[in-house]
Design a binder for this molecule. Structure first.
Ligand SMILES: NC(=O)c1ccc[n+]([C@@H]2O[C@H](COP(=O)([O-])OP(=O)(O)OC[C@H]3O[C@@H](n4cnc5c(N)ncnc54)[C@H](OP(=O)(O)O)[C@@H]3O)[C@@H](O)[C@H]2O)c1
Length: 267
């Protein structure tokens, strides 16, 4: 059974044939970790692509996320069955709570006990959370018990390094997964990252992925371009020096891209 690969392919905004083709291309270049969500509306296309690819199920690590409007007792478990049916899978590898319930409308213990139940029923191998603050991580851990939360998936890129949350999770043995690791393409235009990339005949995308691995953080960048997908999966050829790491660390300016009105009070 697969543990969570360091690098996965993101699928936010990918629709219809673009979603299908992207996943077929990603599997072809070697990705085995796929990140989707009920909210992305592409679980069906991802399921089609997995089936078409012929890649063995047990070699894949597939994540989906329960949308915050599905956290109620009556909708949570049916929504997971619907995700599995669209993905054409008997189980996912990781099921995340996409966002904590806005303003704690639904008590965390209610929906986390459903998350745990889904794992006990074999519908997911691992469970985790996304967009949880440090206080919410503590509350989740007190409800689920230590060692139950595999990851907290949060916005993290060179311009928004979320260091306190990363430390907080690591101290508790919870991995961190960086979403929007390329700040939706902005990292490609950054002069520091371009300069570091030049030294290694690499790309800014590869430099960012090498930096994230150095930080002990998983990453799930998305790309609809097969040459970019290849570029991303070959980031391991880049060996950053301590000096490069410091230069990238200095790019942090707290620039948050994802901040919907239902977001928690960020740390
Ligand atoms: N949990 C959450 O709340 C949450 C929120 C947001 C996102 N996510 C997850 O995180 C994933 C990643 O975030 P994202 O897709 O929004 O942004 P991202 O991965 O930071 O950036 C994607 C952009 O980077 C470009 N790109 C990718 N590789 C490249 C390369 N090698 N060279 C040049 N450009 C490249 C892509 O363009 P091309 O298509 O042209 O390559 C695309 O425009 C999502 O897909 C989703 O799975 C989770």
């Amino acid at each position: 059974m697969q543990s969570m690969p360091q690098l996965g392919v993101g699928t936010f905004r990918l629709e219809d044939d673009v979603a299908r083709r992207t996943i077929i291309d990603a599997l072809d270049v070697g990705f085995r970790h796929i990140d989707t969500a009920q909210f992305y509306g592409n679980e069906e296309q991802i399921g089609d692509a997995i089936q078409t690819s012929g890649v063995a199920r047990e070699t894949l690590f597939v994540t989906t996320k329960v949308w915050h409007e599905n956290l109620e007792q009556g909708t949570f478990i049916p929504s997971v069955h619907e995700s599995l049916s669209k993905l054409k899978l008997a189980y996912v590898d990781l099921l995340l709570i996409h966002w904590p319930s806005p303003k704690d409308n639904i008590p965390m213990s209610n929906y986390l006990s459903l998350l745990k139940q889904v794992k006990q029923d074999g519908l997911t191998r691992h469970i985790g959370v996304s967009n949880f603050t440090m206080a919410q991580i503590d509350e989740a851990e007190s409800i689920l018990g230590k060692g139950e939360i595999l990851t907290n998936q949060i916005e993290l890129h060179p311009f928004m390094q979320n260091r306190q949350v990363v430390e907080h999770c690591k101290e508790r043995g919870i991995s961190v997964t960086a979403y929007m690791p390329f700040a939706v393409g902005k990292v490609m235009k950054d002069e520091t990252l371009i300069a570091i990339a030049k030294q290694y005949r690499a790309t800014p995308a590869q430099v960012v992925l090498a930096w994230l691995e150095y930080k002990g953080v998983h990453a799930i960048p998305s790309s609809t371009d097969k040459s970019h997908l290849k570029d991303n999966i070959s980031y391991t050829s880049v060996n950053l020096t301590g000096e490069d790491i410091v230069r990238i660390d200095e790019l942090d300016n707290g620039e948050r891209i994802v901040n919907p009105d239902f977001a928690p009070d960020w740390d």
